[in-house]
Design a protein around this ligand. Structure first.
Ligand code: ATP
Length: 313
């Protein structure tokens, strides 16, 4: 097997009494867009800061590209691009100068740097704004500048910590498309977010975090197969007899039935054609129904089943 790009073993990080990372483990392979998904405060930023050796930790081991990561591992850091949650650019420098400055920390050859800066500007679509100072940019454009500064030196590993927080939908889509393109061009990506839709959209594998622990790991389909729920059926019904609830509950693959505010909700585990079986039952018993909805599980359902609480909170 190839050497993982990132290997985190048994990482423990405490802030005084608070255990922010609790024996956290993670392996990321080359070529992945790896999603770290967890609610606010679950430990995503702490993981990233430990990984970059910006924070010391109490226990555990971290390797990047097969080598131990230390605060002075400059050879490793040169191969990493970081886009932090809080925009970190220099207000006194223009868009071009900012990207040139950050790229210049790693790329000393002037001609090559010029080429990289131009490519980064084109990549994030800031060509019309190259002479603007950061204070003149909208929130979305500022985020794009932040990304350009982190990736201009063409790192092999790119870490993005919630890059779309407080970003308008247009810029958000542009950012997500850009991440996929960076990956297509050969970079391994670590992407932290508490937006499950984004993580589902772009990540090849996902770790679900809560309270400093890695609760589950896999592709989105693997994660969804870990839980009981495979389908949630909701049907508008004006009047449903109590006996029908019990009989629907007894249908194959059904494990939970509720009827509230004229809405029948049927949760199913495995099987196929569950919706047809429920509708057949209603028709055979001449129960009139209105709108019908069938939903597959989301990552929120995975989180809910594992932790007993909503990811969205
Ligand atoms: N410098 C610090 N001092 C004390 N506690 C901290 C510090 N930084 C983070 N924490 C705490 O550690 C826990 C993990 O925080 P962390 O920022 O890593 O989570 P997160 O998943 O990145 O959340 P968010 O999405 O809000 O950034 C939280 O309970 C947080 O309050």
């Amino acid at each position: 097997m190839s050497t993982p790009v990132v290997k985190i073993e048994n990482l423990v990080k405490r802030y005084k009494e608070l255990v922010a990372l609790d024996h956290f483990n993670l392996e990321i392979e080359e070529g992945e867009i790896f999603g770290l998904l967890g609610p606010n405060g679950s430990g995503k930023t702490t993981t990233i800061n430990c990984l970059l050796s910006l924070l010391s930790y109490d226990k555990g081991n971290i390797e990047v590209f097969g080598k131990k990561m230390n605060p002075d591992s400059y050879d490793l850091k040169r191969q990493i691009g970081v886009v932090m949650q809080n925009v970190a650019v220099v207000d006194e420098l223009t868009v071009y100068e900012n990207i040139d400055y950050f790229c210049g920390l790693y790329v000393k050859d002037k001609a090559l740097r010029k080429q990289y800066v131009e490519e980064a500007i084109a990549f994030v679509g800031l060509d019309d704004f190259r002479k603007f100072f950061p204070k003149k940019l909208s929130g979305g454009l500022l985020r794009r500048l932040n990304i350009a500064c982190g990736i201009a030196h063409k790192p092999k590993l790119i870490i993005m910590d919630e890059p779309t927080v407080a970003v308008d939908p247009q810029s958000r889509n542009k950012i997500l498309e850009g991440i996929v393109e960076l990956n297509r061009n050969g970079a391994t990506i670590i992407y932290t977010s508490h937006y499950m839709e984004e993580v589902e959209q772009i990540c090849s594998r996902i770790a679900i975090m809560d309270k400093g622990k890695n609760l589950a790991i896999g592709t989105k389909d693997e994660l969804k197969q870990m839980i009981k729920k495979s389908e949630s059926i909701s049907i508008d019904i004006l009047d449903l007899p109590d006996a029908a609830i019990d009989e629907i509950h007894a249908l194959k693959h059904v494990y939970e039935v509720t009827y509230e505010n004229h809405m029948l909700t049927v949760l199913c585990s495995g099987g196929s054609h569950n919706l047809i079986h429920v509708l057949d039952y209603l028709q055979q018993h001449e129960i009139t129904f209105g709108k019908v909805y069938s939903e597959l599980p989301t990552l929120n359902d995975v989180f809910l089943e594992i932790t007993g609480k909503e990811l969205r909170d």
